[in-house]
Ligand binder design. Structure first.
Ligand SMILES: [Zn+2]
Ligand SMILES: [Zn+2]
Length: 77
């Protein structure tokens, strides 16, 4: 599960900035592609935990609805 050149786990969310945009990797897209694929952090949406804490969704919206992301994702590096 460490095919990506950055050597971080593909099924773990990675964060980076590119062109002033905050990006987060989608574990599901990344595992499928064999390298990290990033989407805009703002596109993931938030989820409220049982204790009221808001956290960012792990998977991109397209994956959560079982469709293919319409926009090309940003590749790692
Ligand atoms: Zn990577
Ligand atoms: Zn995704």
């Amino acid at each position: 599960m460490t095919d990506c050149s950055c050597e971080h786990p593909l099924n773990d969310s990675q964060y980076m900035q590119r062109g002033g945009l905050a990006l987060k990797s989608c574990p599901r897209c990344s595992v499928q592609a064999g390298r990290h694929l990033f989407h805009a952090l703002s596109s993931f949406g938030m989820r409220t935990m049982a204790d009221g804490q808001e956290i960012v969704q792990s998977w991109c919206p397209a994956r959560r609805s079982n469709s293919t992301p319409d926009k090309p994702a940003y590749a790692c590096r």
